[in-house]
Design a protein around this ligand. Structure first.
Ligand SMILES: [Zn+2]
Length: 430
């Protein structure tokens, strides 16, 4: 889930676009931007890049493995757009107004998915964060009960592999933000007991025990209780997810955790300078840590000029909230005006591949994965418009010289390795 929704509706697309190679400007006016039309950046920071045609070879490589994606916010869509009901949002039928449905998951070759049970950080203030998280888990359970031929709960790496062999989409649960445990290790264990297999330490707000990248620091990383949370997650076998946290929290968590860490949906700061992305000094420690950065597709994080604009927008929103308090109308008006001047350029699949290249260069091919953030983000790159489009990324990696083995590591092997290691650490601790 992007911290600030920068636009509203989302478009969908298909990866088989043309049999010829052609160039399109990437800043075509966007239907999904009601109040801000993205235009060509004057600095020339974004340039048109080639449309990708998916070859039979890339399709075959893609089909011989599967995608294991680190973050999809479909459960939040079901809550907010469909009153938590798969009758109102039946994903066995095409749902082009969102990023995800069963047919497109199959087209994209998705074989395992961490479904996010995100609830807003503000729910902690009203004391309902844990309760709402339980309700989001119920939505994932309802999805598996309704579509049992497609989805089944995976609690371990062995479950993922077994479900693969059965042609199902292994469904894992990821908790997005430590506010969901309400400062209680008992509640953390409860979420694990219900199937949660990662927890992002923070979302947009700094907690009593962990600092967010988009809020003031309180602990300079992790408090003593924060380190206790990480150790308990290690003991349980729950992955420590460092998307959304501050750089100091990343460091503190890596220093504390005895299992490899993950970033379930983050990209590289060395390509696009945004606090939601991972700095090089953290990437350089990944070979020793063993962890994996699963690349977020949001244009506002991956396209350099867009990242600059969303970073400015983050700061602006904070200032507006301070200035206008509860006056939502004033905040909406002021932020729309600001956004019109600082749009999010969609970029393309090539921008996402740039982040993969960078992490491979700094940390190695063992330490990068895919964490799209589909259905939690607004503007998406061209040719990565929804869950059907992953084969385009395989084509781009193939074009850039990645072999089949490397592509399969990026698509699923690396996160599976991290899960196995975390399971082994937990088994030892017990
Ligand atoms: Zn998020």
């Amino acid at each position: 889930m992007a911290t600030i929704r920068l636009d509203g509706k989302i478009s969908c697309g298909r990866w088989l676009v043309s049999l010829t190679l052609f160039i399109l400007p990437l800043w075509l006016p966007l239907a999904e931007l009601p109040s801000a039309v993205a235009q060509e950046p004057t600095g020339g920071a974004t340039e048109a890049r080639a449309m990708v045609v998916v070859s039979p070879e890339a399709l075959a490589i893609h089909a011989r493995s599967y995608v294991f994606d680190g973050h999809n916010d479909l459960p939040w869509q079901v809550r907010t757009e469909a009153s938590r009901s798969f009758d109102a949002l039946d994903i066995s039928k095409p749902q082009p107004q969102i990023h995800t449905d069963i047919e497109r998951l199959r087209q994209g070759g998705v074989g395992a998915q961490f479904w996010s049970v995100y609830v807003p950080a503000s729910s902690a203030e009203s004391g309902v964060a844990h309760q709402m998280t339980l309700e989001q888990i119920e939505i994932v359970q309802a999805m598996m009960e309704r579509y049992p031929e497609t989805f089944e709960l995976a609690l371990t790496s062995a479950d993922v592999e077994r479900l693969q062999s059965q042609g199902k989409i292994a469904s894992l649960i990821g908790v997005e933000g430590g506010h969901s445990i309400e400062n209680s290790l008992e509640k953390l264990r409860r979420l694990y007991g219900l199937g949660a297999r990662y927890m992002t330490l923070t979302h947009s707000d700094t907690l009593d025990w962990a600092d967010s990248c988009s809020d003031e620091a309180k602990s300079g990383g992790l408090s003593e209780f924060g380190r206790e949370v990480v150790r308990e997650m290690n003991r349980l076998g729950m992955l420590v997810d460092l998307s959304h946290v501050s750089a100091a929290t990343m460091q503190a968590a890596m220093d504390t955790s005895t299992a490899p860490i993950i970033f379930s949906h983050s990209s590289a700061r060395g390509v696009a300078d945004h606090p939601r992305n991972v700095p090089d000094e953290i990437l350089r420690q990944l070979p020793a840590d063993g962890g994996v950065v699963m690349i977020n597709f949001y244009s506002g994080f991956v396209v350099p000029k867009s990242a600059e604009n969303t970073r400015t927008m983050f700061e602006r929103m904070r200032a507006l909230r301070e200035r206008f308090g509860d006056d939502q109308e004033a905040i909406r008006r002021e932020s729309a005006a600001f956004r019109a001047k600082h749009p999010v350029f969609p970029g393309s699949v090539h921008d996402v591949a740039d982040h993969i290249d960078h992490i491979v260069k700094v940390a190695g091919v063992e330490h990068v994965g895919i964490g799209s953030d589909f259905d939690g983000i607004g503007t998406v790159p061209k040719q990565l418009e929804d869950v059907s489009m992953y084969p385009v990324l395989t084509q781009v990696l193939l074009d850039r010289g990645y072999g089949e083995e490397a592509i399969h590591k990026i698509m699923n092997g690396n996160i599976l390795r991290v899960m196995k290691r975390a399971e082994a650490v937990a088994a030892q601790a017990r």
